[in-house]
Design a protein around this ligand. Sequence first.
Ligand SMILES: [Zn+2]
Ligand SMILES: [Zn+2]
Length: 402
Amino acid sequence: MTPQIQQRVVLAILAACLATTSCGSTKSWYKGNTHTHTLWSDGNAAPELVVSYYTDNSYDFLVLSDHNILSEGEKWFPVNGGRLTEEKLQGLVDRFGTELVTVRDEPQREMRLQTLDELRTRFEVPGQFLLVQGEEVTDSWDKYPVHINAVNIEQTVAPQHGDSVADTIRRNMEAIHAEGERSGREVLAHLNHPNFGWGVTVDEVAAMPLERFFEVYNGHSGVRNYGDAEHPSMESMWDLALVTRLEHNGLGLLYGVATDDSHDYYSWGPGKTNPGRGWVVVYAESLESDDIVRAMKAGDFYASSGVTLSSIEKSASSLSVAIEPIEDVVYTTQFIGTLGGHGEHEIGVVLAETKSNPAVYSFTGDELYVRAQVVSSLDHPNPYAEGDKQTAWVQPVLVKQD
Ligand SMILES: [Zn+2]
Ligand SMILES: [Zn+2]
């Protein structure tokens, strides 16, 4: 752990102790990105360069999630001036050495891609940095993309196809779930970028079975996080889908993840799909894949594009969010929710707003659910969209209604 993270851990434990709910907890906060591409599919960098971005930037874990492929077996990538040039190859040799970077000239000039096992040997440090096996199960129905990240799988999950978008989601969720059952691992699936290609509607997110995760923020420049005149933003979609799931579908809460969906590691800025835009921070027993996924399934995590939290306390009467502040930065926390008996236009309303730290919301008992969003006065340094502020998204909690 970095000193900052150690400090965060201590603060989190202290906060938990003060709340008298989990004193003596061995849990810590771990920062990770669950959506990452490399040369194994359509990313533009070798996997070792991709992983080193994340180790250099204080991440604790990283899920490699290439399209319909795991980083395993022997795969050679052409050095042909496309995504791998002689210049990039030389950069890799300079940085990682010829023991790691293997090149051949027959049948053509190619570089062998590092496997996950090799990357683990090079980069993993117990308790400090973890690589998690993943895949972006990449499917579609008609012209609509359906992409689902499978996290902590042991074997590849083939796209299942279906006879509608909802059916395609359901079949892929079932296949990912089955891989968890088969392997005995904690496996998690998150539905990616619903507005990419206007692929997935609110009703389809609301009907998603077996899993409860979707990307409320994806750093890829083409995913339309903010919707348009006819399509809801990811924030609106979250509330709309929550209400349908809770009131009509019996499917329970929906959790939001922030991810990079990183593809571009050589040119930076607006319009590029760079790493470092969005991540999750998970309050887990250990930095091991099963523990990370187990904690996320329990809702013990938040999504972020820059804001760091020191604790999230949920009780029967309140939701409390403590921010790890940066000097002179203003944090505005909104508690967002929907009341029972709401009208059509009363979904996802701001129930309270505060600049206090910690930010505390006491339930009235009329809320279906409450979630929190903390917006910093700081701009995102390399935003998905111009003007984005650094933000943290706290998972919704159910409010017990008598
Ligand atoms: Zn995708
Ligand atoms: Zn992707």
